[in-house]
Ligand binder design. Sequence first.
Ligand SMILES: [Zn+2]
Ligand SMILES: [Zn+2]
Length: 370
Amino acid sequence: MSPAEIKDYYKILGLNEKASKEEINKAFRKLAVKYHPDKTKGNKKLEERFKEINEAHQILSDDEKRKQYDFMRSNPFGASGFDPNIFTGAGAQNVRFNMDDLGDLFGGMGGLGDMFDFFSSSQTRSARSKKRRPARGNDIQTSAVIPFLTAALGGNYTITLLKEETCGRCGGSGAEPGTTASVCPRCGGAGTITVSQGAFGVSRPCPECLGSGSKITKPCRDCRGRGRRETPRTITVKIPAGIKHGQKIRLAGEGEPGAAGGPKGDLFIQINVEKNAEFSRDGDVIQSEAWIDLPAAVLGGQTTVNTLQGPVTLKIPAGTQSGTKFKLKGRGIKFSKDRIGDHYVVVKIRTPKNLTPEQRKLFEAFAKSL
Ligand SMILES: [Zn+2]
Ligand SMILES: [Zn+2]
């Protein structure tokens, strides 16, 4: 096929290849008014002409598309690889993708695979043209409240969250099984459109397909065309010993699914640690209180203290004051084999209540002796 078979959009607008953007827009406005279906009611030929005018304007008013179109017209080799139909009707905007294939070839990227793709049948090419560039899925931010001991000792914690997952019914296409999604006519399947901003072309998500690149004729019943659904998911999170309140855990690949075969995002879980009745934490140090009886405080003795590493016997020296802190070395958080934190015990003295008359007499005698 020769380039002559490609529609001459310049001619359709009554312009030549050097036409400026203003000239293109001006010519389009003039012709659009003239051939508007309101005025040409019923005349199929004129309606067809109106369509052509629209199409020509769509291509030529878009800098990128125009460049690609011009390139194709002037490149006889390129034309041999293309289906001229890509410049007609709804397929008009596939240009970009076929040009991408061409770019791959000329850019020396890829290997024979790309070559074969490029020269393969038009069906394969049109399927390929629908393919979007892979995009990484979004990260998910969530939080979990975990028990104090799980945070201190480490362990597994199970969280359930609503997660965006690829829809099982349509496999992510958004189209009801048995039907197909067609390429979005606005962006040609790219999911993005190029908006000119001054001298630059800026890529924006396509407003027509919201970035999906395809238009669904019959939306999937389960996901209503989104291709993904909020699905409750239970995830077992491995909590490292000694994790602090507010720290985040990252689970790679547990985020939202990517687009067009792109990788999944990550899941970030902010860990909030519950308070514990027995233990508290100050930095890397575990603290607890130990209540001892008055005689043990006065005369000395011992008491049993619970630690993260199990019960420990604490020696109480004679004359221990209330509020005295005792250090239990290496009985705190086991951060690693070589790094075990300490545990501090604050001693509190239990003052005897409800004394018997005899005990009362003894205390009175003791008081007198001071
Ligand atoms: Zn679905
Ligand atoms: Zn689109």
